[in-house]
Design a protein around this ligand. Structure first.
Ligand code: ADP
Length: 338
């Protein structure tokens, strides 16, 4: 990532669309943000309360798998608070001056969104502590025995941090967030509503059965729902279909190797490796990552969470295990218990 483009920058997750694409489909306010009812309720109350007191919103940490709406929620919060949202990502804040530059340029009560916040380096993290707690930056001036600390006041602001790995966040940083919320995979009804909303914005004529089919196959994730919808749109326009029905969705998504339950080629490769190479497990994460040529963090944060949530995979102290449902989904016979 180019560090110079730190502020007001859109991020792309591992399974994301190119920057810019996502913007057109993002809900702008809480009322348009579908699903995640607990999250909306908690944040809605916090926004209303702080607005009535004329204070900045407390710092918010959002965690959960990629594509579930963390960036979107940061933008929604800024919209609801009537302020601007500056978007950046931890890898873009390598040098102290990157984060100092962002903090001193904030306007009162603005939202600063830092994606992948678990990847902040120690210097950046330590600069953030007094900024979050007391709205000040502590700068070290001079070197060696003549070094002194100077405090620079900054305006009150709200930090919204997002992470796919809440466990990798340091405790001192985690403790400084007043609101910590987990985003969950979406329910089928919510996903259908998300697909129908996106179809409307893309001016597609999508049957309700077709919307349901996309919803079933998107791994509980709005970003994937939007991406699948665009692939369906491609097939519909090449084949000259005005209306999109469930059969067309099925044909288009089969072409892209997305199966009836939403598993894609990477998911099936993981389960197949476990079944063929390790009798279904238990097998360690690093072994699997090496076997697949994937990075273990991607495996743990992008691929595994949905398979775990669907009950196709299980995490045990001795490693990962394919469940009976996982075997059945891949057409493997049930394991005989000795
Ligand atoms: P994350 O930051 O968690 O990786 P994003 O906020 O970038 O995910 O969301 C990805 C896309 O999914 C957004 O561009 C938006 O179109 C869509 N999306 C996310 N959450 C919702 C939601 N609750 N309702 C409707 N669309 C959503």
């Amino acid at each position: 990532m180019d560090p110079s483009s730190a502020a007001e920058e859109q991020q792309v997750g591992e399974r994301g669309e190119p920057p810019g694409r996502e913007d057109s489909l993002r809900p702008r306010c809480l009322a348009d943000y579908i699903g995640q009812s607990e999250l909306k309720q908690v944040l809605g109350i916090a926004v209303a309360a702080t607005r009535s007191r004329g204070e900045p919103l407390d710092h918010v940490l959002l965690h959960g798998p990629p594509g579930l709406g963390k960036t979107t929620m940061a933008l929604v919060l800024a919209e609801e608070l009537g302020v601007r949202c500056r978007i950046t990502s931890a890898p873009a804040l390598e040098r102290p001056r990157d984060i100092i530059g962002l903090l001193v340029n904030l306007q009162a009560h603005e939202v600063l969104f830092i994606d992948e916040i678990h990847r902040l380096n120690r210097v950046a993290e330590e600069l953030l502590y007094p900024a979050m707690e007391d709205y000040r930056i502590d700068l070290t001036v001079g070197k060696g025995t003549t070094a002194r600390t100077r405090s620079l006041p900054i305006v009150p602001f709200t930090l919204v941090g997002a992470t796919t790995r809440a466990g990798a966040l340091s405790w001192p940083l985690r403790d400084r967030f007043g609101l910590i919320q987990r985003l969950e995979f979406y329910e089928l009804d919510d996903l259908r509503a998300i697909v129908e909303r996106a179809a409307g914005l893309l001016r597609l004529q999508l049957d309700s059965e077709a919307a349901l089919e996309v919803a079933r196959r998107c791994r509980g994730t709005p970003r994937i729902a939007n991406r699948l919808l665009r692939r369906v749109r491609d097939v519909a326009s090449v084949r000259g279909h005005e209306r999109i029905g469930a059969e067309l969705v099925e044909a288009a998504l089969t072409l892209h190797r997305v199966d009836g339950r939403g598993l894609d080629a990477s998911d099936r490769r993981l389960l197949t490796l476990m079944l063929e190479g390790y009798g279904g497990g238990p097998v360690g994460l690093e072994t699997l990552a090496a076997g697949l040529g994937e990075d273990s963090t991607t495996l743990e944060t992008v691929i595994e969470p949905f398979l775990l949530q669907q009950g196709l995979l299980q995490r045990t102290p001795r490693g990962r295990l394919v469940t009976a449902a996982g075997r059945a989904h891949l057409g493997w016979p049930a394991q005989l218990v000795a």
